[in-house]
Design a protein around this ligand. Structure first.
Ligand SMILES: [Fe+2]
Ligand SMILES: [Fe+2]
Length: 307
């Protein structure tokens, strides 16, 4: 079976590079922790939907999913307590969120209530979708722990590290659980084996697109999002491709502009001087020209503002 892993941001920045920058800035680290909290909370809702859609079928899976919700709710709770103690925001994170974009990019898998359901197809699609986001979570949590080991050992950083270290082993368990279920589904028939491979390809592409979209506000982001849509559509049956593109293409331009505007405003309000010296050149794609003047790589400062 194919094994897929999340890729770096635009094949340049890995989780370790990004988190090393994040932990240097208390405000950005809090925003990042709040994004983890938001995703954990959302996972509870999404897993509940799968249980409701199963409607009593696949009892073992329902039991596993119920345990899974219990874990994710605990993670959301730990992160909420942590952010509360740190005096940080517990709001809906600003800008385009990774998990919202991921859900929007998922095509209709027949999971909507009131529709006839192909249970095997629906399960394979759902398990593959859950599995790729869990992998990204593991990658980020382990990179965050690594970065905190190398950061100043302040009481806050120690508290943050302890929290993430409690979550990570359970997330790794979720990835193994998803791999086991997908392998089990693949063994039930040759058709399901093909479906599992196709779903892994599709959701790996969708996940990478959602991840990059949530971080990318530089000029040309619209074009890159359109390219991602084309890539995702190529993982769908030929007859579904035009409808998928027509559904998603019109929202790219206004959404990217809003996302860009909100993050540019945050960066400017926070530090106007740094905004002009580092953020703006990176945003305009003048990174190479600005590199000689800036004490820090412009690509890094861009990631720092958007991570
Ligand atoms: Fe979790
Ligand atoms: Fe998880």
């Amino acid at each position: 079976m194919t094994v897929t892993y999340p890729r770096k941001f635009r094949d340049q920045f890995g989780a370790r590079e990004i988190l090393a920058i994040v932990v240097r800035d208390r405000e950005i680290q809090n925003i990042t922790l709040n994004r983890y909290r938001y995703s954990e909370q959302r996972a509870c809702k999404d897993l509940t939907e799968v249980i409701e859609r199963l409607d009593g079928q696949q009892r073992e899976l329902i039991r596993d999913l119920s345990r899974h919700i219990h874990d994710e709710a605990r993670h959301a709770n730990w992160l909420t307590e942590l952010l509360y103690d740190l005096g940080a925001e517990l709001n809906v994170p600003p800008g385009l969120s990774y998990i919202d974009e991921f859900e929007r990019l998922v095509h209709d898998t027949g999971g909507k209530p009131g529709k006839e359901i192909d249970l095997d197809f629906y399960l394979i699609e759902s398990l593959a979708a859950i599995n790729v986001t869990e992998k990204r979570g593991c990658l980020y949590f382990s990179a965050h722990i690594h970065a905190l080991k190398n950061a100043p050992q302040t009481p806050e950083n120690l508290q943050i590290r302890a929290c993430i270290e409690r979550i990570l082993p359970e997330e790794a368990g979720h990835v193994r659980w998803g791999n086991r279920w997908l392998a089990q589904m693949a063994r039930t028939s040759p058709q399901n084996a093909e479906r599992v491979e196709a779903a892994k390809r599709r959701y790996t592409t969708i996940e990478q697109a959602a991840f990059e979209t949530s971080m990318d506000i530089t000029l040309g982001a619209e074009l890159r999002r359109a390219q991602w849509l084309l890539e995702i559509s190529e993982t769908l049956p030929v007859w579904e491709r035009p409808g998928y593109l027509m559904e998603h293409l019109p929202r790219i331009l206004p959404e990217t502009q809003m996302h860009r505007l909100s993050l540019v405003q945050i960066a400017f309000q926070r530090d106007p001087v740094q905004f002009m010296q580092q953020f703006l050149p990176a945003f305009l794609g003048l990174g190479r020209a600005a590199k000689a003047d800036a004490p820090e790589a412009p690509e890094s400062s861009y990631v720092r503002k958007t991570a």
